[in-house]
Design a protein around this ligand. Structure first.
Ligand code: SAH
Ligand code: SF4
Ligand code: F3S
Length: 445
């Protein structure tokens, strides 16, 4: 039988990564091939996110649509995984009894077994436990799909910010052994990957076991990754200001492979709000990290995440955030209105900011950031930039799409042979969401 699998994913890069692993796993073990057409799928799988209310609502909307399909084709198997699955567990089965398998981010490697078991017994299955990082031992070897690859280096989070569900949905921080990570990266480099993005909720909390049972820090891991032949660009997402130690800053001085761009979420520019969020550092400490980084990398661009309308956020707190954004001169960032999440401490905090005020603050914050981001882009006009060519351009298949170190997309005319290579381009136009360039040099390294 020609078995087909449809996966819909929402949420962070960790969730996207998990979905790609699920598709590899179900192909290798049971021969399922990906499809985008729900009508022809034998397995319909939702990989969900519960970080904010809207992400969660999406799940039940999507399940509603799939219910109609299942009424027509009863043998189709419906699976729900990800953070909503861990958080809601049995409630999903109660509200949507047609869901057959509910699994969590740490049990996705058991899916082939769960699918077989369901086909045999026709009894729905829930497994949302947190087995100690056995998942990576059961996943197929990494497979490159382009020039850039994501590699999970640690799972979970032990920071317990008062607004956040992640520690409850993904469990505590657990690091993958260093050898596993390096082996995976070497394999990917052999298949043509030039840029890696090291993934985890707090990658700088990485403490991985080495072959002789000592512990490798995140800074040490960065040196090792940079030493892999073929890997010329290193990114990581996400890091936390609290563990952004001097040894990591020293890596920026030592290895050019580490990009001149850092995503370092801060959430607020007010010390009072940071304390209420259980983000145990001050704004001064954050600025000190930025200052030290700019000493070794004067042109580094920094992006961040912000939450507005946290309970108790006064006009003064918000103005401190705006001043802080200007002061650090943040590049493009993500910003959200506070969403009370069931089971988190902040969901019970009183003193809510009125809805209209939250929207106004979000708008002002995003305007401020957009102006700064555009200023950074404009500074690139007529400069020479080294870009990694990712593939054909999205709008014009005759052109190429590439990425700069500071995460800008540059489209330019060039031959498809350049895909997967580094090229030097001159920036000729700056648009809101991308840049245009012209090739200057193609023979690099
Ligand atoms: N581990 C990362 C990212 C976590 S989730 C970090 O600590 O920075 C991504 C972003 O979602 C967070 O940085 C935060 O800005 C936002 N977020 C998390 N919980 C939220 C909530 N309850 N309401 C609004 N935004 C939230
Ligand atoms: Fe959530 Fe905070 Fe952990 Fe980030 S550090 S995942 S915001 S608890
Ligand atoms: Fe969402 Fe879970 Fe990621 S809640 S942001 S999918 S860790």
């Amino acid at each position: 039988m020609n078995k087909k699998l449809l996966i819909k994913t929402w949420g962070c890069q960790m969730n996207e990564y998990d979905s790609s692993k699920i598709s590899d796993l179900l192909y290798v073990t049971q021969g399922y091939k990906l499809t985008e057409n729900p009508e022809e799928a034998n397995v319909l799988l939702l990989n969900t996110c519960s970080i904010r209310e809207k992400a969660q609502e999406k799940v039940f909307h999507q399940l509603g649509r799939w219910k109609t399909l299942k009424n027509k084709k009863t043998e189709v198997i419906i699976c729900v995984g990800g953070c909503v699955a861990t958080q809601e567990g049995d409630y999903i089965r109660k509200r949507s009894p047609f869901v057959d398998i509910i699994f969590g981010p740490q049990t996705l490697h058991r899916l082939p077994e769960m699918i077989s078991q369901f086909q045999e017994n026709k009894v729905s299955i829930i497994d949302i436990s947190f087995p100690e990082i056995e998942k990576f031992d059961h996943l197929p070897p990494a497979r490159a799909e382009g020039t850039t690859a994501f590699i999970s280096i640690m799972e979970g989070c032990s920071k317990y910010c008062t607004y956040c569900v992640v520690p409850y949905t993904r469990g505590e921080e657990v690091s993958r052994p260093i050898d596993d990570i390096l082996f995976e990266i070497v394999r990917l480099a052999e298949q043509g990957v030039r840029e890696v993005n090291l993934l985890g909720q707090n990658v700088n909390a990485y403490r991985g076991k080495t072959y002789n049972n000592s512990i490798c820090s995140f800074a040490e891991l960065l040196y090792l990754v940079a030493s892999v032949d073929g890997i010329d660009r290193i990114r990581f997402t996400t890091s936390h200001p609290v563990e952004f130690t001097d040894d990591i800053i020293a890596v920026y001085d030592d290895i050019p492979e580490l990009v001149d761009f850092l995503h370092l979420p801060v959430q607020s520019g007010s010390d009072k709000i940071l304390t209420m969020m259980n983000r145990p550092h001050t704004i001064l400490e954050y600025k000190s990290i930025v200052r030290k980084l700019r000493q070794v990398r004067p042109n580094i661009q920094i992006s961040s995440d912000f939450i507005v309308g946290f309970p108790g956020e006064s006009d003064k707190d918000f103005q401190e955030t705006i001043e802080f954004i200007k002061d650090v001169n943040f590049d493009m960032s993500f910003s959200f209105i506070f969403s009370p999440r069931p089971g988190t401490p902040a969901a019970n905090y009183s003193c809510n900011v009125p809805e209209q005020v939250k929207k106004k603050r979000l708008y002002e914050l995003q305007q401020t950031i957009n102006i700064q981001a555009m200023r950074y882009s404009r500074l690139m006009l007529h400069t020479e930039q080294r870009v990694l060519v990712e593939g054909p351009s999205k709008k014009n298949l005759m052109e190429l799409r590439s990425r700069t170190e500071n995460n800008r997309i540059v489209n330019f005319e060039g031959s498809p042979e350049l895909i997967g290579k580094f090229v030097d381009v001159k920036i000729t136009n700056v648009f809101a969401n991308s840049l245009r360039g012209q090739i200057i040099r193609t023979e690099i390294k």
